[in-house]
Design a protein around this ligand. Sequence first.
Ligand SMILES: Cc1ncc(COP(=O)(O)O)c(C=O)c1O
Length: 390
Amino acid sequence: MAPFPMQFDFDPVPERRGTDSQKWQKYAGRDVLPLWVADMDFLSPPAVIAAVQARAAHGIFGYARPVKSSVDAFVNALAARYGWSIDPSWLVWLPGLVVGLNVTAQAFAGPGDEVLTVTPVYPPFMSAPKNSGRVSVQVPLRLDPVACRWEIDWTALERAVTPRTKLFILCNPHNPVARVWRRDELARLGDFCVRHNLVLCSDEIHCDLILDDLPHVPTALLGDAIARRSITLMAPSKTYNMPGLGISVAIIPDATLRAHFVRATAGIVAEVNTLAYTACEAAYRDSEPWRQGLLAYLRGNRDFLLDFVARELPGVTVEAPIEATYLAWLNVSATQLPDPIAHFEAHGVGLSDGAFFGVPRGSHVRLNFGCPRVTLTEALTRMKRALAAR
Ligand SMILES: Cc1ncc(COP(=O)(O)O)c(C=O)c1O
């Protein structure tokens, strides 16, 4: 373990204005705090920064392939955290996770075939099939008012299957409803895919960001029948705040499925860049104390946010616990704002529009609380003012 401090300070506000940040450029020249796209306003772990600096100092940036220590770092992290033993031959490295969603849709559904998912969901789950002439079929999640949690509507899901359904894409944990799927739900979903002969693509990019005392269950761990039809997509980018480096990995235990997937990447998917492999290794191997510090900080932000919303934001509700991610899914329909995004922007806060996640415009917004507490406090205070100014 590299000699980095065990205490990490997430309070400082880094200056991102005037940089290449998409998140901050959107509101360049305006006093709008951007809490939209999912990257965090924290420095990456010190070990990642140091590793990238050392790699840059080498000064040669040729075509890259991961060295054994990079693969080991990832494989060992999955074994230690989730008890998942992965054969390195199952891994296909990709320059981003959305790439993996698009490749999966092309590889495992034909033109006109249907790709199922449950909504609201991260927009590329719906756009990836459409990008290549496949059909996205969406089944809304159901809010269980007693359990206070988002549930898969199993009856609706069964009804949505047709002879053209080929693939199910799952978000585990789920963006934007911040739900950690339980083992029994995943087993039921796996059984559903087996019965209908669907490939199961599980996007687990948020799995290292579970805030409550709940285990992450990799979907592919639920038995051979499920593993054989599974594509699991993971990445260090959300957790270690390095999405700009562009790296993710598909874990495909079945050799035939893997060959099919790799064929669909041919000539289209670029190589992963060398700095990304270096950062990925330092993230998974050397940054566990930092991740624990991050989780504690995000937990504090989440609790602060829940309290503030309940007390100070009339008409805004968080309908179910935020179990994972740094994303809050806020129901704003009771505010009766015709355009909540424009209204909050006009009062200095940039949020994500729920409509992009597959719900009616005006019903929900998504707020990214992966930022220093002072930024979050200011943003929520501005939202309070915005509501008072309705
Ligand atoms: C569920 C999910 N998948 C994928 C991504 C993006 O991955 P990448 O930037 O590696 O394409 C995000 C980003 O927010 C996400 O929430």
